[in-house]
Design a binder for this molecule. Sequence first.
Ligand code: SF4
Length: 615
Amino acid sequence: MKSEIERLLLKVQKPGRYTGGELNEVIKDKKDIDVRFAFCFPDIYEVGMSHLGIKILYSLFNEVPYIWCERVFAPWTDMEELMLKNDIPLFALESGDYITDFDFIGFTLQYELSYTTMLNMLKLAKIPLKSKDRHDLRQIVVAGGPCACNPEPVADFVDIFFIGEGEEVDLEVIELYRECRKEGLTRDEFLRKASQIKGVYVPALYDINYNDDGTVREIIPKHCAPEKIEKRIMMDLDNTYFPDKFIVPMIEIIHDRAVSEIFRGCIRGCRFCQAGFMNRPVREKSIDTINDQCRKICDSTGYDEISLSSLSSSDYTRIQPLLDKMLSWTEKEKVSISLPSLRVDGFSDELVSKIKTVRKSGLTFAPEAGSQRMRNVINKNVFEDELLQTCTKAFSGGWNKVKLYFMIGLPTETYDDVAAIAELGQKVVNAYYSCPDKPKGQPVTVTLSTASFVPKPFTPFQWEPQDTRDELMKKQYHLKDSVTSRKINYNYHDSKTSFLEAVFARGDRKLCKVMEKACKYGMRFDSWEECFDFDKWMSLFEECGIDPAFYANRRRSFDEVLPWDHIDYGVNKKFLIEECKRAYKAETTPNCREKCSGCGAAKYKGGVCYEKHKS
Ligand code: SF4
């Protein structure tokens, strides 16, 4: 580490965020390296180090002898202040080198409110913000992750977006870069060649024209860039790279444990859920693969907790045999298994007993809506009876805390639907008291938590307006007033951040000028309450002559050209329109294992689309 950086560490809250040197970090000799990749997470160390994607790609890149991938996290405000004062640019953890020296500066964009942090990191690195202001064949800014599905609000700043899963496409682009540099090609020549790789989107190669009302008229590819950018997808997860080792942090992070994805995608089709549509079709890993991966990670890290991650753990078709296989060694070695994202209807007696063997913390479920009508609108396919039965089972099994997640502001929602959330909470409380084997001595606590609905691209609700902030606040108060029991806690997320998320999620390229100004004015860490300044954002929109309600609160017609129409995640628009119309009629659609609804993802020729369906 450079001595000038070391000197600052004594003055910051958590020096461990900036030192590197953890178990399993990768150090290479620079003289053997052709390509240096700075893997940047636009949030602090504790958040970034908890993210599975960075663990996978860090190890994958470093398996290649000529690449050295290093980690870079956003310095928290105390460190940032010192870096600015002492004129120290952004640096990578492994070498301590400034990231100006790197060939690739790669960001993962997990949430829209990290956009300004990405720009702030470029600013701290002293790298020109805009793609057009970077000229040599170096400092290639790339980005991937869920927000790459509509990258337009940050299109001016990023050279390449990776669409879909990154395991193959990233390496193909790095290899192309290495060849182009050997041949002495220019940056533009490299970017044009890269645009020919499936899953690569080079925004500079597309012109966007607008109608007088501000909507997109057309998206025109240039220099032979493809009209549609198709996502990359790994169809065989058993043969998809997964690391044997994770870096073990020296300070406490949010999720500090072994993780294995048990499958990608989701069979359900909840109509608000972007991940559920973008990651179609469902592809499972085999029991042996999951078991081996977990074992290796535990051996190389010493972790005593494993999380089996997915969008809906109980939908793994062989969840019981998987747990049996894993429990055969985890019990002996005192390793606990957690199953996040359990569905209400996936909570079987057997599963309860197996999770109980290892873990008894609070239970969380996400019914998402209080009334059955509303759950049908969003295609949640969960019934009140199932929730009550599940809670009763859990209470009999010794639990006495249940947390239920809901959304408010969903399409077609009425005030009765909102009040139904409180009624459902009350029924769960009643279920506890009518349960003969409830835990003795401790009262039940039911926590109702609501988030504001944010319409997202590539979902059936991508055309829907978000409720105005006034309307959302009225609904929050209505729900608060509808809760009458002291056994029920109600908490809600502030709708200000949801509003901004809605603006960015469906924004177009015109928002780039707002982003640029936001960066100039020092805005970053928008998902952190202590840094988020809603009023500043509103005056910024005004200064730029942009009405944020145009993006957040406007209903789009089905024939409007959407800013992300040139990107293809496999689910076709016709299917999404049909799903939206079914939502208006509160009609549900069966899940992929019951019946295929022909969403378009079967073109990837694998996964659930080729399983035998029930009907
Ligand atoms: S094609 Fe059918 S089975 Fe495959 S993801 Fe779409 S709806 Fe599900």
